[in-house]
Design a protein around this ligand. Structure first.
Ligand code: PLP
Length: 453
């Protein structure tokens, strides 16, 4: 291949596509070199929660880069790291108090699953090592995180490399894999989707099971599906009964995305570890991590010589941490969560109106400003698109042409079938900008439906 331009040296994420070149970003908008404007209706990958161009964050990063651009956390401490840990530790439900930093969500989940294993091992439970995840979960693309998640398309090429983790189905009451309804489960006070965890633990042998990992609200894989009342409580009970570390992956849902600091607060459950990423630095720098219960940390000190046998070069990178500290303060000072919640309710209501005009819009769900809807070939017959049609990508393409970018997803139901669109604009979005987002979505759905019907 002849290399003519600088871009010919880039290992692109998808060599079959060309993307607009972004030269500027401000608020909820991205601008390309042709002067086109895109409303960022997915905050990038649900990361830019504060929108673009926040000078307080940029300045904090520059200041830290000038003060001490890199500090190896195996040898030294920094003040910004202490301060951000304290902010996050206070935000999380007690007794989750200790904060460990990584660069991305995949690394955060790797760290959590390894810490769970070390916790059991330090306490003499040498056989406890198996991780249970869910088929509709996504926890990242590194081999361990990919093994924990269930995205069939992402897993498929690497099947021989994946670790032998176990999986159960996520609750999806609208299309229950156990052919039940939420009403039946609530009436009978029994949820097969949660009981499956106990059945699987018994089948494997509780002495081998180390941790269970799940998202509180499933983001990229299902498009903001909220679990039924009592599901996460039952999961907590099962984990307690069989001494399984409960890891709640809040990489997408954390830092106000669903209306509260962490989504898990809304379900009345306290996990053993929360992982976070994306919104912590509002996307300004690679930053993620985990918040760990006192019990696990005390065991590490008492039984494991105080050392977590793990770590990355960029764990607690001072410039990333400075971005995180400035972002976390900005969320608080500008009352960003309240705005996100209010605009989320407004968006929900506007989508319900839109649904009356668009027969391709199926169930709308979500919390706060993490909202999704199913895409259907025919809502009156509840008919899905064939996976080969690439419905969600097509709709997003129409939106991109009209100046908005969403987060399309496929494999909603079982990793292969079903399409959805995830919507998660910056939590700072205004009502007028939501109106613009909905207007573009309206036109995009009309163009998309013309291709279909
Ligand atoms: N966990 C969840 C719930 C996510 O949504 C993601 C990314 O989309 C990850 C983990 C992986 O995070 P990262 O891409 O930062 O490694």
């Amino acid at each position: 291949m002849e290399r003519v331009e600088a871009k010919d040296y880039v290992f692109h994420r998808d060599f079959t596509k060309e993307y607009p070149m972004i030269v500027r970003a401000e608020g909820v908008y991205l601008y390309d070199e042709q002067g086109n404007r895109y409303l960022d209706a997915s905050s990038g990958a649900i990361a830019a929660n504060l929108g673009h161009g926040v000078t307080e964050i940029a300045e904090a990063m520059a200041e830290q880069a000038k003060t001490a651009g890199f500090v190896h956390t195996l040898r030294f401490e920094t003040k910004v790291l202490h301060e951000l840990a304290a902010e996050i530790g206070k935000m999380a439900p007690a007794p989750l108090n200790r904060v460990y930093f990584t660069s991305g969500g995949s690394e955060a989940n790797e760290s959590a699953m390894k810490l769970a294993r070390q916790y059991h091992r330090d306490r003499g439970k040498l056989e406890k090592h198996i991780v249970i995840g869910r088929w509709q979960g996504y926890h990242g693309n590194t081999l361990g995180s990919l093994s924990a998640g269930g995205d069939i398309k992402r897993r498929q090429p690497y099947t021989p490399n994946l670790a032998k983790f176990e999986h159960i189905y996520s609750p999806y009451c609208h299309r229950c894999p156990y052919s039940r309804t939420e009403e039946i489960c609530q009436r009978e006070k029994r949820m097969p989707c949660a009981e499956e965890l106990e059945r699987l633990v018994k089948e494997i042998g509780p002495e081998f099971v180390s941790s269970f990992i799940c998202e509180p609200i499933v983001g990229s894989q299902q498009g903001a599906v909220v679990p039924p009342k009592g599901y996460l409580q039952r999961v907590r009970e099962i984990c307690d009964q069989y001494e399984i570390v409960l890891i709640i992956d809040e990489v997408m849902t954390g830092f106000g995305r669903t209306g509260t600091d962490f989504a898990i607060e809304q379900f009345g459950v306290v996990p053993d570890i929360i992982t976070f990423g994306k919104g912590v630095s509002a996307g300004y720098a690679p930053l993620a991590g985990m918040i760990v219960s006192d019990q696990i940390v005390e065991s590490l000190v008492a039984n494991g010589n105080g050392r977590f046998i793990h770590g990355y070069t960029f764990s607690g990178h001072p410039v990333s941490v400075a971005a995180g500290l400035a972002a976390v303060r900005y969320y608080k000072q500008k009352n960003v969560l309240a705005n996100g919640k209010e605009q989320g309710e407004y968006l929900f209501q506007r989508l319900r109106d839109l649904q009356k005009r668009h027969s391709s819009m199926g169930q709308i769900r979500g919390k706060g400003l993490l909202v999704g809807f199913e895409l259907l070939a025919d809502r009156s017959r509840d008919q899905l698109f064939p996976p080969s049609f690439g419905a969600a990508d097509r709709l997003n393409h129409e939106a991109l042409k009209r100046g908005a970018v969403f987060y399309p997803g496929a494999g909603t139901i079982d990793g292969v079938n079903g399409d959805h669109l995830l919507i998660g604009p910056p939590l700072t979005i205004t009502r007028e900008e939501i109106d613009e987002l909905v207007a573009i979505l309206d036109q995009s759905l009309a163009a998309f439906e013309e291709q279909v019907y």
